[in-house]
Design a protein around this ligand. Structure first.
Ligand code: MTE
Ligand code: MO
Length: 353
């Protein structure tokens, strides 16, 4: 793993570790943590469901398993800071991890539908947001605050949103949120709250620092250290994105036919429609083959064979979605003070001397 930070632990795999796996092996799954990993005794753990509900709940893991249907969803998580390194080449972003293109991964998640738990709790009609709380304390806001966030009730009631206790058919690893985490497919990873302790129905979005102040796109000239609750654009559904996984950036590849592979993901209610790949700086493009993918919430891998000219070659890839929208070409126009959502065209450099 490429470790960006040891305490708290933040790491992503090299590109080649993601290549070829539709479901990401746990040892290649990125870790994004804002504080120390909590140690939770699953037997003593309870999930509280409260707020604007007629029937507040206090559930053990066993009760969650017994009372609700088991479901499985294959879903890709993607950090809002994925590909920040491309924005850093435009302008410095102090204090944020320089994520490459692998702060994203796909898991086969099992658990129960959040919608089923909320139906049991019986939401008030004015419950417009569902907030999540966890016990891990991040040192970042001053004073420090435990991690949390929220999603609109309409998304929370969608069948793909899970409370998950297993990943890829194995018990959820502690670092990925055991005993229970939220999975919000199609939305930035930050909303998939790990080590979930409380679900609260409320009229307003969560006031937690990671919802109200962080994970927001500020205007280019804003000073992020002075940003307060409500400033900037709140991030929810993720943006259309793609990356090249193989060959690795900087690889030596002989001239001639070469296979290029990567991932693409459209987010929330769109799908990936086409991937174009260029080896001449975008003058001409070939269309890659898109794998079928594992349902509407998982990335799709793609591959194509290009004819590499000799010398230094830039390989570019770009995705179109089902609304006909194309990724933006350049990170220069996407730069924002916290370095979120770099979804500019993918570029790697090869030496095919
Ligand atoms: N949940 C808690 N409790 N604490 C965290 O720091 N990080 C979030 C989210 N859930 C976080 C959290 C962010 S920003 C992302 S991208 C995903 O978890 C990462 O999940 P992973 O570490 O399992 O890959
Ligand atoms: Mo994230």
């Amino acid at each position: 793993m490429v470790v960006h930070e040891r305490e708290p632990y933040n790491a992503e795999p090299p590109r080649t570790a993601l290549a070829g796996h539709r479901v990401t092996p746990p040892d290649a799954f990125y870790s994004r943590n804002h504080g120390p990993i909590p140690e939770i005794d699953p037997a003593a753990w309870r999930l509280t469901v409260d707020g604007l509900v007629h029937n507040p709940l206090e559930l053990s893991l066993e009760q969650l398993r017994d009372r609700f249907d088991d479901v499985e969803v294959t879903a890709t998580l993607q950090c809002a800071g994925n590909r920040r390194a491309g924005l850093l080449e435009v302008r410095d972003i102090p204090g944020e991890e320089p994520w490459g293109p692998c702060a994203t991964a796909t898991g086969r998640w099992s658990g129960v539908r959040l919608a089923d738990v909320l139906a049991h709790a019986d939401l008030h009609s004015d419950a417009a947001h569902i907030a999540f709380a966890a016990p891990d304390v991040s040192p970042l806001p001053d004073p420090p605050e435990p991690y949390g966030g929220s999603i609109p009730a309409a998304k929370a009631l969608s069948p793909e949103v899970l409370l998950a206790w297993a990943m890829n058919g194995e018990p959820l690893p502690r670092i990925h949120g055991a005993p229970l985490r939220v999975i919000v497919p199609g939305w930035i990873g930050a909303r998939s709250v790990k080590w979930l302790s409380r679900v609260t129905a409320q009229a307003e979005p969560s006031a937690n620092y990671f919802q109200a102040t962080a994970y927001r796109v500020l205007p280019p000239e804003a000073d992020p250290s002075r940003a307060g609750p409500g400033d900037g654009i709140s991030l929810g559904p993720i943006a259309l994105n793609c990356e090249i996984l193989s060959p690795d950036d900087g690889a030596q590849v002989p001239p001639g036919p070469a296979q290029v592979t990567g991932y693409a993901l459209a987010g929330d209610d769109r799908t990936v429609a086409r991937i174009d790949v260029s080896v001449d700086g975008g003058r001409t493009w070939t269309q890659a083959d898109l794998d079928a993918g594992d349902g509407p919430w998982a990335w799709q891998h793609w591959h194509t064979t290009v004819d590499l000219p000799p010398g230094d070659v830039e390989v570019t890839a770009r995705a179109w979605d089902s609304t006909g929208a194309l990724q933006p070409e350049s990170p220069a126009h996407l730069w924002n003070p916290k370095g979120y959502i770099n979804n500019s065209w993918a570029r790697i450099h090869l030496n095919s001397a």
